[in-house]
Write a protein that binds this ligand. Sequence first.
Ligand code: IYR
Length: 252
Amino acid sequence: EEDDDEDEEEAGESEDKTDKDSSEQSAGEEAELSLVPYSNVAYSESEMLKRATDFANLLSRRRSCRQFSERPVDPELVRLLVTAAGSSPSGAHTEPWTYVCVTNELMKRRIREIVEEEEEINYARRMSAEWKADLAKLRTSWEKPYLTEAPVIVVLMRQVHGWRSGREEKRQHYYSEISVSISAGLFLAAVQNVGLCTLTSTPMNAGPALRRLLGRPPNEKVHLLLPLGYAAHNAQVPNLTRKPVEKIMVNI
Ligand code: IYR
């Protein structure tokens, strides 16, 4: 995949790994949590069906949009979208994500430069002919105008590991890939819920340079770029359809 400089090890990545060294240490120091009553919203079954229908319809209109208006997004709105994303479950509740929200025009230009420099090579040499043929229908290319047009670029960082109190000791982050990806899914749903648009951009090989540009520490890796904003008035998307539920659901 891509070569990062430091902290390359996938902390807690191997599924049932129990790291003897670290489990002996301050893991036991962690304060025990008290238990509180579980509380959730409750609806009648007819309300549930209505809400489920509405939510499925809302999410079915989500599309990866690559053409943005320059209209700014209220920073409070961005804060709330990130708050929603931060409700994701995570391995051992380690919350291994950082949402770096970039609105600075110069930073956005630099992000675009870094991504386009790598993407030019990706499209020319690193991606297979089969890959490019499969992508042709999406009309993507190495050029990423949306990285300067979108008013916000949310760079979702995955914390490969964290730190125990005092930063002297690493804290294992279990299932960080899965955790951050679930969080990203919640972010997409939150974005759709307010009528903004985004896309899940995976800038192959640009991660290390982006991390350094953003001044993020070496225990963080770029997971996704999520340009965020209002769709351009004349935005167009490929005429994709989705699998019907019968094709994706198996009842046993
Ligand atoms: N990351 C590249 C290429 C790309 C790859 C896949 I798989 C996509 O679904 C879309 C794009 C790009 O952003 O152009």
